[in-house]
Design a protein around this ligand. Structure first.
Ligand code: UVW
Length: 318
């Protein structure tokens, strides 16, 4: 029987698993600092097949958003197209040259994305003991996603829980505990190393696609990492944690009196990037085929100045 988890537990574990000051007072990269040049070079030796697998969900109107938190799916619209050309609106262009342009309106958190280290805070402070008032309607003056512009590149590890447990997907509310992470890694024959980017597949996104329904995906219970994984992530020096759910961590909250306890500890105190709404099914199939769950992984954010997140097209290179 687990002890009660409360805000006080979160504060205590936040202090225990803190990386504030570890890379100096100016640091905005957090746990990405664990990805050293040596780790990147080692990761480049992993691909065997020359196979590139995207972990992005399509950015379109069929995405999972339902208005929760003001988030909506991407709205893509055309600024110029063949109809303009046909109507003569591009006749000012000499020599028969015609063109199409487009635009997209989207919350940066609506699809496959990184949460920056300015995304969550409590007690008025965010990663590296910065004041949350640094994040205003003008954006994040510190800890914005552009701090990760030279990454995120390194060794990716997929932990495929449905495959490990012999189920199609984990049930909503299924909490993945530290010992489960170890058992899944061991079953897959991978040893977790400092600087790894961890991709945890729960099968929730696959379930939604199979049922052709996103009901509950953004605002309901979900499988995910237990708050008890905060110490595991910190001790193993994980650089970034990603999942095929909207929050990475299990929902409902395991804490009695607060939401997002894993975000609060692992993102705010340990400085670990959270990657959400990752599409991991194709990668899971590819990894199972050759029984190799480690790969070169590249998921750079868009360097949007002051943004607290970024859409991404994460690539596993195998
Ligand atoms: C919040 O933590 C507010 O959102 P998300 O789960 O998308 O990171």
């Amino acid at each position: 029987m687990s002890a009660r988890i409360t805000q006080d537990t979160v504060r205590e574990w936040g202090r225990r698993y803190s990386n504030w000051g570890r890379w100096g007072p100016d640091d905005e990269k957090g746990a990405l600092n664990f990805i050293t040049p040596a780790r990147i070079l080692a990761a480049t030796a992993l691909p065997r097949r020359g196979q590139v697998v995207s972990c992005a969900l399509a950015f379109d109107e069929h995405g999972p958003q339902n208005g929760f938190g003001g988030r909506h799916n991407p709205i893509h619209y055309m600024l110029s197209h063949g109809g303009d050309a046909l109507a003569g609106a591009q006749d000012y262009l000499p020599g028969g040259f015609r063109y199409a342009d487009d635009a997209v309106t989207m919350p940066l958190q609506c699809g496959t994305q990184w949460d920056s280290l300015a995304h969550v805070y409590y007690d008025g402070r965010m990663y590296n003991d910065r004041d949350m008032r640094l994040v205003t309607s003008r954006g994040a003056a510190k800890n914005g996603i552009e701090a990760a512009r030279h990454g995120v590149v390194g060794r990716g590890i997929l932990l495929d829980f449905p495959r490990h447990l012999g189920v199609a997907w984990l049930e909503d509310g299924h909490a993945i505990r530290p010992e489960d992470l170890d058992a899944c890694a061991e079953a897959q024959g991978v040893a977790i190393e400092s600087g790894d980017i961890l991709l945890v597949r729960t099968g929730m996104l696959a379930r939604c696609l199979e049922r052709k329904s996103w009901a509950g995906y953004c605002d309901g219970p979900a499988p995910g990492l237990s708050v008890h994984c905060a110490g595991w992530l910190h001790e193993r020096e994980i650089a970034a944690i990603c999942s095929d759910t909207a929050a990475v961590e299990v929902l409902p909250s395991e804490a009695e009196d607060c939401v997002g306890p894993l975000h609060m500890i692992a993102l705010r105190n340990s400085g670990i990037l959270f990657g959400e709404i990752f599409a991991l099914d194709e990668l899971a199939r590819a990894c199972a085929e050759d029984r190799r769950w480690a790969f070169l992984f590249a998921a750079p954010p868009l360097p949007i100045t002051g943004a607290v997140g970024s859409p991404i097209n994460p690539l596993a290179i195998r």
